[in-house]
Design a protein around this ligand. Structure first.
Ligand code: KG4
Ligand code: ZN
Length: 333
């Protein structure tokens, strides 16, 4: 019955989790609010705040799980992809802890972990399934054949879906990160008020940069006519943008499921917290008779629980890594 301590520090959340035999006992997430003032994550500041947060986050995770640090059997950590300075804090902590306690180390790919978050709890998809992983840095349709046998069959050619959310909110004058605010205002608006274009990209790939430009021109032109345009129509603009981003994602996901003849369809990553996307996937799966898998909110955005569950399955395979491991800003599957 392995007890695993997991560390996540790839971007701007410092997180620590404990799982025992695949059951999650705690998942502590320390958010960094310092970046709001800069309109985006400042890497140097992120790594400094990780340094402040990492020890308290681990202490709190042990406390919440009622686990003594001497009872840990292995340490799992995010090796990449992510911000190098941020990753370095988590990787260094994991290595130091494992060295001090003479424990095995388990490296985890952050993007694989987002997918494997679906194996926390009882409602698990069956292999092979499709997972749309949508975050601030990635937009991928992943064909998941086994725990660590994943293939990216579609991805963005430019901006990520979360980036499209955050850049739109910046255009609208909203603070960072804008995704959750677009979601909030969209609930109060008419999603058919404005029509934004759907990019015509062949195959299963995505593009969001054209959409961003069309939103920019739309706001610029309307604000020239009426300086209060955004203020007066914020809910409708957010609802229409959210609908377009969700339909771009879901149309490709539907195409992929038909092409690969898959009935279990999952969402992962920070943007899977989006209400319009969650409702859209449920509607699509109801229409097609497919099974929709949507993670709990706390497992959508960055968290160490997903690192812990990935670490647990690697532990079962005896897949460990040496003390000479270094973080990777880019880390393919
Ligand atoms: O996975 P994540 O926490 O971090 C990365 O690895 O990037 O994803 C963060 C992204 C941000 O772009 C944020 O705006 C977006 O997820 N996001 C949302 C919502 N919650 C987070 N986008 C739309 N609606 C939400 N409710
Ligand atoms: Zn992430």
């Amino acid at each position: 019955m392995p007890v695993i301590l997991a560390i996540e520090s790839s971007c701007d959340e410092t997180s620590a989790a404990i799982c025992a035999d695949g059951v999650m006992l705690s998942n502590v997430i320390a958010n960094q609010t310092i970046h709001e003032a800069y309109g985006g994550v400042v890497p140097e500041l992120a790594s400094r705040v990780h340094q402040q947060n990492i020890v308290p986050a681990v202490q709190q995770a042990l406390l919440n799980a009622k686990v003594n640090k001497n009872d840990i059997d292995a340490v799992a950590f995010t090796r990449g992809p992510g911000l190098l300075g941020s990753l370095l804090v988590g990787v260094s902590f994991a290595k130091a802890f494992a060295l001090a306690k003479n424990l095995p180390l388990i490296e985890v790919n952050h993007m694989q972990a987002h997918v494997l978050a679906h194996f926390i709890g009882d409602n698990k998809p069956r292999f092979p399934f499709l997972c749309l992983t949508v975050s601030g840095g990635h937009t991928q349709i992943v064909l998941v054949k086994d725990y660590f046998d994943m293939e990216v069959i579609g991805q963005t050619l430019d901006d990520a879906a979360g980036e499209a959310m955050d850049k739109t909110s910046k255009i609208l004058g909203l603070p960072y990160p804008g995704g959750p605010l677009i979601d909030k205002y969209a609930r109060l608006g008419n999603a058919d008020a404005y029509k934004f274009p759907e990019p015509q990209i062949p195959g299963l790939d995505f593009s969001f940069s054209g959409l961003k430009t069309s939103i920019l021109y739309f706001i610029r032109d309307n604000t020239a006519r009426n300086p209060d345009f955004v203020q007066e129509n914020l809910n409708d603009i957010c609802a229409s943008v959210e609908k377009r981003i969700a339909t771009i994602l879901l149309n490709k996901l539907e195409k992929a499921a038909l092409e690969y003849n898959i009935q279990d369809i999952a969402l992962a990553g920070g943007v899977s917290a989006n209400t319009g996307l969650r409702l859209g996937l449920q509607a699509l799966c109801a229409k097609r008779g497919w099974n929709a898998f949507i993670p709990k909110m706390e497992y959508c955005t960055d968290n160490a629980a997903m690192i812990a569950i990935a670490g647990y399955h690697k532990y079962l395979k005896g897949d460990f890594i040496g003390q000479d491991v270094a973080p990777l800003a880019r880390m393919p599957f």
